[in-house]
Design a protein around this ligand. Structure first.
Ligand code: PLP
Length: 392
């Protein structure tokens, strides 16, 4: 039903399916199955189910489909498939496209679980080459005739390095490979990934899309041939479908996605700027700061620095812990994109499974704290965060 609407309008209305009752809010169809009026209809449905015909919630559900249509519409892809978590989406997006003997080139600076999925694929005979994602020459050098996929996080977790979607897409497409982008940190609000050449875009919807830190989810966005072909086939048979209840929560979260993320990015810019140059810090890392090494690329690619700030404290783990324990508004946790601001110490939590050398290679220092800026008042956040730096 995609109309010539702008994002905020789509986020409220796109994809809605109303029952015979004409309910205003999106209905929650909490059902695993569907009743067929006759055996002939059941037979027909299993042969080819139309977009409004459902079989089993692992394959699809009206509430989940509303969510898929809404996200596809704002991302600008033909279709989308909702998964149980961001990792179910990453796993399906990669695994559905490769077999033994194929090759994947991926950025080294990535979320630990994404690296784990690549390791599993290697165990099944898929070749994987990791590169420094910010260096286009490394992508170019790594790609081979059997390369099927290039894969990276457009803004890396937690180092906030920005990778050039257009640049890597050109290299991938010149060699007949597809580009899969994990776009969580950009969020759909600052994503122009389709126009920039990404073939498949993956989100952990647990983050900005839910926006309230309530429901785990993920989604794969792409063209219809891929989404309703190999991706859906893989996802529906391996059990990674999103719960209709989570889709329903996400639909409600999405109505305010654009408002929230823009407000969060505005506060993130304030915080990063206020912290920059603080004597307790080596660096205030934020793609929106002119001092960020990929600042120009970030602005061209996303038009914003995003909602995440990383602070690299001089005093290592001890200083980072002092800082975390001095925060009042910002909570110590490990989600991101939440309405509530959250601070994480990657070296001892989300990235603790990497060796010290592996962490160093992707610039995760013992003093690094990752902050997800929420929708609280920006000046309050600046006071809280600079105050905690002062306490160090
Ligand atoms: C959180 C996250 C994931 C995984 O998502 P889950 O919903 O936790 O499974 C994948 N990639 C990135 C960049 C993330 O931040």
């Amino acid at each position: 039903m995609t109309k010539d609407w702008n994002t905020r309008t789509k986020l409220v209305h796109e994809g809605i399916r109303r029952s015979q009752y004409g309910e205003m809010a999106e209905a929650l169809f909490l059902t695993q199955g569907f009743v067929y009026p006759s055996a002939e209809v059941a037979e027909e449905r299993f042969l080819h189910a139309g977009p409004d015909e459902f079989i089993y919630a692992r394959y699809g559900n009206p509430t989940t489909r509303m969510f898929e249509d809404r996200i596809a519409a704002i991302e600008g892809t033909e279709d989308a498939f909702a998964c149980a978590s961001g990792m179910a989406a990453v796993n399906a997006a990669l695994t559905s496209q490769v077999k033994a003997g194929d090759h994947i080139v991926a950025a080294r600076q990535m979320f630990g679980s994404c690296l784990y999925v690549l390791k599993v694929l290697q165990g099944f005979g898929v070749e994987v080459t990791l590169v420094d994602g910010t260096q286009l020459a490394e992508w170019d050098a790594a790609i081979k005739p059997n390369t099927k996929l290039c894969f990276f996080e457009s803004v890396s977790n937690p180092g906030l390095e920005v990778i050039d979607i257009t640049g890597v897409a050109k290299i991938a497409h010149a060699h007949g490979a597809k580009l899969v982008v994990d776009n969580v940190f950009a969020s759909p609000v600052f994503s122009n990934a389709v126009a920039q050449g990404a073939d498949i875009i993956v989100y952990s919807t647990t983050k900005h899309i839910d926006g309230g830190g309530r429901a785990l989810g993920g989604v794969v966005c792409g063209d219809r041939e891929f989404i309703r072909g190999p991706l859906e086939t893989y996802a529906k048979h391996t059990g990674g479908a999103m719960s209709p209840y989570h889709a329903w929560l996400h639909l409600s979260g999405m109505q305010t996605l654009d408002l929230r993320v823009r407000a969060q990015a505005e506060s993130a810019a304030k915080v990063a700027k206020a912290a920059e140059g603080h004597p307790a810090l080596n660096r205030s890392i934020y793609p929106g700061l002119p001092s960020h090494p990929q600042h120009d690329l970030a602005m061209a690619q996303m038009g914003s620095g995003g909602t995440m700030v990383a602070l690299d404290l001089k005093g290592g783990k001890e200083a980072a812990f002092k800082f975390l324990n001095a925060l009042e508004i910002v909570k110590i946790s490990n989600n991101l994109g939440d309405a509530k601001s959250i601070a994480t110490h990657p070296a001892t939590t989300t990235h603790k499974n990497l060796t010290e050398d592996e962490r160093a290679e992707i610039k995760i220092t013992p003093g690094m704290v990752r902050i997800s800026i929420g929708i609280e008042d920006g000046d309050d956040l600046v006071k809280d965060i600079v105050g905690a730096l002062d306490a160090v």
